[in-house]
Design a protein around this ligand. Structure first.
Ligand SMILES: [Zn+2]
Length: 285
């Protein structure tokens, strides 16, 4: 049989092949909100989730944050068995709080909005906690409060510095007053820690707002922020709508807060490990 004549490759108006392109794996590239460049995701991730072009700091979840800060293989989790109950039988639209917990647990690769444990940072023993924004907006409910307090108690017991990375939309509305109670509970734990002579380094990342900004995160002996992080109680949009006054440029961003004396320093992500180590040494802890 005569072989079929090779069909001539179809060409588009500009000469490119019209053959469908190979499927691009989803999320291989992403747009940088800082410089609007398209970034190769892997390059960005290898650069500690910071844009190599403009140094925009992407949000990272608790497990990644721990990986970035702690010495490799040293993290031992505390309170891993704690899980939220649903005290108010809360429903938002047609979604139950209980179901939302399960969905977000998959997204955040952690079953709550905070991951806490014992670790080493550049060879110095610490109690380290980091929040997961992908889990219900990093909101503070009963589990976050309890994990935080257990972390503080362990830091007192073992006379270790405490490093907490905030990344939160505030108190968890799904738990109502029980969530608000955690503000007082975490502050009381820090008062005990302070009396015991502990060193609390609070790292504020984008965003640190609401009940977290209004409680433990602002009580650090050192308050460090990442560049460009949104830090405040109520967001700028709501404030602007309420007071009807144009807000100053950079309002509620790390640089603005540093200028106005709310935080002690801004440290880029790549220097966090060395800076935290330096602070611990400086305080003789
Ligand atoms: Zn960028």
């Amino acid at each position: 049989m005569k072989p079929m004549a090779k069909e001539k490759k179809k060409k588009g108006w500009n000469g490119y092949s019209l053959r469908p392109r190979k499927e691009m794996p989803e999320g291989l590239w992403l747009g940088c909100p800082g410089c609007k460049e398209m970034l190769f995701r892997k390059t960005m991730e290898e650069n500690l989730h910071v844009c190599p072009e403009c140094q925009y700091h992407f949000r990272v979840n608790g497990p990644t944050r721990i990986e970035q800060l702690a010495d490799e293989g040293t993290f031992e989790e505390l309170g891993a068995d704690l899980a939220s109950s649903d005290p108010l039988k809360f429903t938002w639209g047609d979604q139950r709080y209980k179901d939302r917990i399960e969905i977000d647990a998959d997204n955040a690769q952690a079953h709550e909005a905070m991951l806490a444990g014992k670790a080493f940072i550049r060879g110095r023993g610490v109690i380290l906690a980091a929040m997961n924004f992908s889990f219900l907006g990093g909101s503070m409910g009963m589990v976050v409060g309890e994990k935080f307090c257990r972390a503080v108690d362990r830091a007192i017991e073992e006379e270790l510095p405490l490093v907490v990375v905030s990344c939160s939309g505030g108190a968890r509305m799904h738990e109502g007053v029980v969530a608000l109670q955690q503000m007082a509970k975490t502050c009381a734990a820090l008062a005990r820690y302070d009396q015991a002579g502990g060193l609390f380094i609070s790292l504020l990342t984008d965003p640190t707002t609401g009940g977290v900004a209004a409680s433990f995160s602002m009580l650090g002996d050192f308050i460090i922020a990442e560049p460009g992080a949104l830090i405040g109680f109520t967001g700028p949009r709501v404030i602007q709508q309420t007071i009807k006054i144009e807000l100053p440029e950079g309002f509620q961003r790390s640089e603005f807060l540093l200028e106005h004396g709310f935080i002690d320093m801004i440290v880029p992500r790549k220097s966090l490990r060395s800076e935290i180590g330096r602070l611990i040494d400086y305080c003789g802890k």
